[in-house]
Design a protein around this ligand. Structure first.
Ligand SMILES: O=C(O)CCC(=O)C(=O)O
Ligand SMILES: [Fe+2]
Length: 330
């Protein structure tokens, strides 16, 4: 399928790979990666677990209802990603927080507890993939080698420290009698962390990005894998915290999920999986020591997450965004 987003092979990354990633990250903020360490079997296995979990009765799933720590099950219409919408998104989700010593730090339903180690491995692999991409971006941003250089971002994403990183399984049930082509399944939003990996399946389309350049919605289709062993290209998008850190040079683009009409009518559900990669909670969201960013003047350089005069930490920023999406009291 044709796509306007580049597909970047990260199997043997060079400075040129980093430059391509930087170009995509600073224009649309969305890109596909291939040559990752994910095999098609392990991704399919995660989708199988997801399907098994969401097919269970509401009461069973609701036993694991989402907490303010952002872990657990979010039922239909629970989350409002676009605060201008009155109704919640017609989707379900299950969030896994960071695993510790391969154990979940939250109660798991039997479907997942039987595969706890696989889930922990998958989550860790997502995090390692993000750190690899973050190192490439740090090099492209020419971050001062005397101040962590290539590891500037990844050293702030150490899995041993508490963070908002979440592995999320998503389920958008088909609406067979819907005639509304504009029906939105996940409201327009930007992601809260530093970057997001998104796994989607062919034939279950709907993801769109609002181009920061043309202001038009662009479809982000599921692409085919290059061979039967590899997983299909993974969508990567820049999220708010990388945008704050880079004084908006890296774009946290607005995106949403629609349900293409022909798929609603044929009764196709959509399953997707996201890994929201976050820095450690106490990380300050101030501009990074990069000559590219320091040379900016005006508005861009001021795009820092602030609370009055105080620069926010990653943890504070996340708490605010979650409170808005789930109406938690602050
Ligand atoms: O399911 C998708 O394709 C996207 C979900 C998403 O954007 C999100 O949960 O932040
Ligand atoms: Fe998103």
């Amino acid at each position: 399928m044709d796509t306007v987003l580049p597909v970047i092979d990260i199997s043997n990354p060079t400075a040129e790979t980093g430059q391509k990633l930087y170009e995509a990250a600073s224009t649309l903020g969305f890109v596909y990666i291939e040559g990752s360490e994910f095999a098609s079997d392990e991704v399919n296995e995660m989708f199988r677990l997801s399907k098994e979990f969401f097919s269970q009765p509401y009461d069973e799933k609701q036993t694991y209802a989402i907490s303010e720590a952002n872990r657990g099950y979010s039922c239909m219409n629970r989350e409002v990603l676009d605060p201008t919408e009155k109704q919640g998104d017609p989707k379900e989700a299950f969030n896994f927080g960071q695993f510790q010593d391969d154990k979940a730090v939250q109660p798991l339903p039997p479907t997942f507890s039987r595969f706890e180690k696989d889930l922990a491995d998958f989550s860790k692999k997502c995090h390692a993939t993000c750190n690899k991409l973050l190192d490439l971006l740090a090099v492209a941003l020419k971050i001062d080698p005397a101040q962590d250089g290539a590891e500037w971002f990844s050293s702030r994403h150490d899995l041993k420290q508490a963070s908002g990183s979440i592995l999320r399984l998503l389920y958008y049930p088909a609406v067979r009698n819907s005639d509304d082509e504009n029906e939105i399944r996940a409201g327009a939003h930007t992601d809260y962390g530093s970057m997001t990996l998104l796994f989607q399946r062919a034939g279950e389309e709907g993801l769109e990005v609002l181009s920061p350049i043309t202001n038009e919605w662009i479809a982000i289709p599921a692409l085919q894998a290059k061979d039967s062993k590899s997983c299909p290209p993974i969508v990567v998008n820049i999220a708010d915290q990388l945008s704050f850190w880079s004084a908006s040079v890296l774009k946290s683009a607005v995106h949403r999920v629609k349900f293409p009409l022909h798929q609603c009518r044929s009764g196709v559900d959509r399953y997707s999986m996201a890994y929201f990669c976050h820095p450690a909670d106490d990380t300050l969201l101030e501009p990074v020591p990069s000559p590219i960013i320091q040379s900016l003047e005006g508005e861009g350089a001021n795009a820092v997450a602030k609370n009055g005069d105080e620069v926010l930490t990653a943890g504070e920023h996340l708490k605010r965004r979650l409170a808005a999406a789930y109406s938690w009291k602050q």
